[in-house]
Design a protein around this ligand. Structure first.
Ligand code: ADP
Ligand code: ASP
Ligand code: MG
Length: 464
């Protein structure tokens, strides 16, 4: 985009910042006061745990499991109605109407006895639609769903890909006049729509992605991601209580961390901000005076204030991973097999997080997200299992991927040896390993029940 930067701040409030009326009010106050007079777009996630409840609700409805449907619906209704009542400003009416719509949607799914990816998105999107109404009431301003604001996607329900140029154009057209007039607005994170106006979702953790897309569209000053931790940490603080706050990291490092599950971030969340040069800051709603983590606008190079960068800055953990191995003696020395593997997965829109090939060339192992594993296996069987190509496609899905991330490891010998030495001392078996050619991370796959230990060992080895 060629437009000049505006002074707008895009702020995303995660589920923990939208837990109840009190945290929503706190978030609304931050949105209206912390930008020091600059225009603000608040992007909101569903209330904490509501996405999970809606996913279960859709599933239970499709099985006509009435007791579960009744319980989940009652929980979702009670939380939103209580918050709406406390917030006021028209929230009870708009929230009530939306909950009634959810009731009808669920009744429809029960009647048909089937939950299609499209209807699943319709159900799960209600979480962000509801929280948006609450935030708009608390901020006393206009609101939009992601689709109304201008984000259009393909029809890959559950993990839809934005049609980026069109979305950026439409977002600017819709939001800029509202900001010029009112200087604040709310947009639902995570949800968008197809070009025909059907609701889609961007994939789990997608609200961060929405915020960065809007930041890019408006050429915002900064994107702030408010959550319940001080910023991006050197590891998940629930696994490593002594995890350290990273005050400044590069986009390349942050994106690598996101790919490996740090903060359950959407793997593409930061790309639009990185591409359009919009700085991103992670901040704590419950400790706003903390400086948070700033993602500096520089690509592979280290931020200048760190003349001696740490070799490894963080140890993210991707919990729901799976390893798929394509094997067969006929693959040895046969050019093009790897290309066919990658092409067929790319066509099926399956993201590969790690690749390793044994030196014998008799097997290629890929690490992918667990929820895409069965589909990936079917695709690979269809395209590769035939005489003279692959003999077997095997799947191990009770695994986690762990990475040691840091741009300081580039050209620094011995990092891999330290990673594997530390893991071996704990007698943890490594299922697969990989290093990206950018030397930004070394990643490994271990059994799920050994993953937390492996993270702690690596954190102790490199970070302390
Ligand atoms: P939100 O609801 O705000 O989107 P998320 O659930 O996406 O929040 O992520 C916040 C949680 O992510 C934190 O409470 C923390 O436990 C966890 N987390 C995992 N890895 C990291 C990390 N590297 N840095 C910070 N938090 C992390
Ligand atoms: N509510 C969605 C989720 O839980 C999106 C988000 O929070 O970013 O995945
Ligand atoms: Mg999140």
């Amino acid at each position: 985009m060629t437009t000049t930067r505006t002074s707008t701040i895009v702020m995303k409030f995660g589920g923990t910042s939208m837990r109840d009326a009190e945290t929503i009010r706190k978030s609304a106050l931050l949105a209206t006061t912390s930008a020091e007079g600059r225009p603000v777009v608040a992007v909101v996630s569903a209330m904490d745990q509501v996405t999970e409840h809606l996913l279960d609700l859709g599933e239970a409805a499709s099985q006509d499991n009435r007791a579960t449907v009744y319980n989940l619906m009652a929980q979702v209704r009670a939380r939103h109605e209580t918050a709406a009542k406390a917030i006021g400003h028209g929230a009870p009416e708009s929230v009530g109407a939306m909950l009634d719509r959810l009731d009808r949607l669920v009744a429809g799914i029960s009647a048909v006895g089937e939950l299609t990816p499209r209807s699943k998105d319709a159900v799960v999107a209600v979480g962000e639609m509801l929280s948006t109404q609450l935030m708009a009431a608390a901020m006393n301003c206009r609101s939009f769903t992601g689709g109304q604001a201008g984000i259009v996607t393909d029809e890959a329900w559950g993990k839809a890909a934005p049609l980026m140029d069109l979305s950026l154009f439409q977002l600017k057209q819709t939001l800029q006049p509202v900001l010029d007039k009112d200087s604040r607005t709310v947009v639902s994170g995570f949800i968008a729509q197809t070009q025909h106006g059907v609701t889609t979702t961007l994939g789990r953790g997608g609200s961060d992605y929405t915020a960065c897309i809007i930041g890019a569209a408006l050429r915002a000053d900064e994107v702030w991601i408010w959550s319940d931790v001080d910023g991006l940490m050197s590891a998940d603080p629930r696994i490593v209580p002594g995890a350290k706050l990273l005050t400044e990291i590069t986009f390349a490092e942050a994106i690598e961390m996101g790919q490996f599950g740090a903060k359950s971030m959407h793997p593409l969340a930061l790309e639009p901000a990185a591409e359009h040069g919009i700085p991103v800051r992670f901040r704590n709603t419950f400790n706003p005076s903390s400086p948070g983590t700033r993602i500096a606008v520089c690509w592979l190079s280290e931020p200048t204030e760190h003349p001696e960068p740490e070799i490894v800055k963080s140890i993210p953990l991707l919990k729901s991973a799976a390893v798929i191995t394509v094997s067969g003696a006929a693959m040895i020395g046969r050019p093009g097999t790897a290309a066919r593997v990658f092409e067929s997965l790319a066509e099926a829109k399956i993201n590969i997080m790690m690749i390793s090939q044994s030196v014998s060339e008799a097997g290629i192992s890929l690490v992918i997200n667990k929820d895409q594993a069965e589909r990936a296996k079917a695709v690979l069987e269809r395209t590769l299992m035939r005489p003279g190509v692959a003999r077997a496609v095997t799947l191990v899905d009770d695994v986690c991927a762990i990475a040691a991330v840091g741009s300081g490891m580039a050209g620094h010998p011995g990092v891999a040896a330290r990673v594997f030495g530390a893991i071996a001392k704990k007698s943890i078996n490594i299922i697969a390993i990989a290093q990206g050619s950018s030397e930004l991370s070394i990643s490994l796959v271990v059994r799920a029940d050994q993953a937390a230990d492996a993270v702690r060992v690596l954190h102790g080895e490199f970070i302390g």
